[in-house]
Design a protein around this ligand. Structure first.
Ligand code: ATP
Ligand code: ZN
Length: 225
């Protein structure tokens, strides 16, 4: 049985969003203990189960209605949404609200010696990225042709390794770029973490729990502003 009376929330298992996601839920009064070996953490005081997965899996789990809620970076959400639209797969979800963590930007960067003027300087060149859809959308808007170099990791070393001329990667401080002899030339997307809900129909009890949780989240986030 995959349907459950308990509210299912997908959060990142381990990474930049996992601690803050857990902290947010705890400050909303959801009690749970995470066992690092386990996929699921059950709350003991509310009918809520936390599903701890790779962040990339979260938008799809919500869009397919496997889980009810998810906490995810807007960058990953938007990338998956475009990907699914091109594949004609379900891509709908409700963004309940932006959260106050996970700030980063998706930027173009090139080697320090690259004579960069504007994004047009990348015409015909190869760009390494883990976000091919967000990059394509930006470059199409600008009318620039470029070549893809799809990498799930180590994007920042691609130019030095001779795999690409530039990169399109997540940046928060810029220290990683600098350490790899790159500089940021263009911000193509600004992102924060957000909480999303499945568009699949919920029971009244589950929707009431979602409403209660969201109102607590609003309180917690506003109190910090
Ligand atoms: P997973 O193993 O879950 O796939 P990951 O390596 O893809 O993890 P993280 O590096 O943990 O992901 O980043 C998760 C999210 O954190 C990013 O998608 C982004 O929304 C946010 N984030 C905030 N700052 C940064 C940053 N400096 N670099 C990368 N991601 C950042
Ligand atoms: Zn990931």
């Amino acid at each position: 049985m995959s349907e459950s009376n308990r509210l299912r929330i997908a959060i990142q298992k381990s990474g930049r969003l996992s601690k803050e996601s857990q902290k947010l839920l705890k400050s909303c009064g959801v009690k749970f203990n995470v066992n690092e070996q386990r996929l699921i953490a059950h709350s003991d005081n509310m009918p809520i189960d936390l599903l701890r997965v790779r962040d990339d899996d979260i938008p799809g789990l919500v869009m397919d209605g496997v889980v009810d809620l998810g906490i995810i970076g807007e960058n990953v959400l938007e990338e998956e949404q475009i990907e699914r639209q091109t594949l004609d797969k379900p891509s709908e979800c409700i963004k309940l609200r932006q959260l106050d963590f996970g700030a980063c930007r998706l930027s173009l960067a090139v080697p320090t010696e690259f004579p960069y003027q504007d994004a047009g300087s990348l015409e015909g060149l190869r760009i390494a990225t883990s976000y091919p859809n967000l990059l394509r959308r930006y470059m199409q808007e600008k009318g620039i042709n470029y070549r893809d170099c799809m990498l799930k990791g180590s994007v920042e070393v691609a130019p030095r390794a001779g795999l690409a001329d530039g990169i399109c990667d997540l940046v928060s401080t810029g220290a990683t770029l600098e350490a790899n002899g790159l500089y940021e030339t263009e911000v193509i997307y600004r992102s924060m973490a957000c909480i999303i809900q499945s568009t699949h129909e919920q029971s009244d009890a589950k929707q009431a729990l979602i409403d209660k949780l969201l109102s607590r989240i609003n309180g917690v986030v506003r109190a910090k502003e």
